[in-house]
Design a protein around this ligand. Sequence first.
Ligand code: PLP
Length: 379
Amino acid sequence: MEKVIYVTKPLMPKMDRYVDELKKIWNAGWLTNNGPEYMEFQKKLEELFGSKIELYVNGHMALDIAIKALELPKGGEVITTPYTFASTTHALVMNGLTPVFCDIKEDYTLDEEKIEPLITDKTVAILPVHVYGCICNVEKIDEIAKKHCLKVIYDAAHAFAIKKNGRSVAEFGDISMFSLHATKVFNSIEGGILSYHDEKYAKELRNLRNFGIANEESVTSVGLNAKMNEFAAAMGICNLELLEEAIAVRKQIVESYLAALDGMKGIKTLNYQAFEEKQIEYNYAYMPVEIDENTAGYTRDDLYRFLQTKKIVARKYFYPLVTDYECYKERFDSSLTPAARQISRRILTLPIAASMTEKEVERCCRALQEMAGRVRHEG
Ligand SMILES: *Cc1c(COP(=O)(O)O)cnc(C)c1O
């Protein structure tokens, strides 16, 4: 029996390696609240990112805390994208902010040309997403933010370890959030990072994740409990040792896919050449393909279902658009972001994981070619 190939598999160290870290936890008798594992993981990440960071229980709570730390006034408008995971929009709405949706470009990131027309006297911030690790036009967004006195928070959940012109993606905006969820390119089981460079945010970013407790006798803000525990930090430390190799393997998998897709009609992939031209060190976090049914002869959903018959589980990230969710569709209008809407109907992300075997990659590639072959024979 062939095994199911899921859209991804978590990066995991050898169990013995993790047990080494567990022994340290047992020796220290310290399970959470900035213990030795936390401190070590934080230090290693600061070296990797070249910026200040704080760690959290998950990416979503980290984003929530970033919004709170920036003290964006309730009722303020935040320009953001509908082409993202639920987390980005929920974090704004839960904090009493109003998302204002801006359309996206071919590379799935916020269309910087469409930001300024959306700015009103209520606009307080911009929350763009580096979708699939495609880096937003950070220079232009920075320029717009400065001109209009807006804060910029990047949802960099997909962008772990990416560099642009030798600069870490963590340097952009006021604060960036990275997710260390099990399904991401790099994980600490669950976890989140906030990177920032202005020291003035440090205190709130730390206090808010621990009930707003500044010290034993003083609680200075209305905080949450969003601390990263020692077991998560230990997993992060172990997985960091595997990061470089994991990204190299992912790159190979992408190359296999590209070779298999070469000559197949109606399929668009990421523009990997543009990454090179823009001197981006990419992380190969996802393998998105866009199916243009008019040229391909089959729809995204046809391919999705066909892959399922082959026990290959691709995922429609990001479909539906956030603005079409049941909880939002009365309030927002996805026809205002037509490019995002069209892409969301065409997108499919194919399986990719550092632990995928060559055989599994071959199975996926063959299934894609079979789909194209079926169309040729029928047509
Ligand atoms: C995964 C993800 C998040 C949330 O991160 P968690 O660590 O799962 O809480 C936020 N935004 C985007 C775009 C994501 O993909």
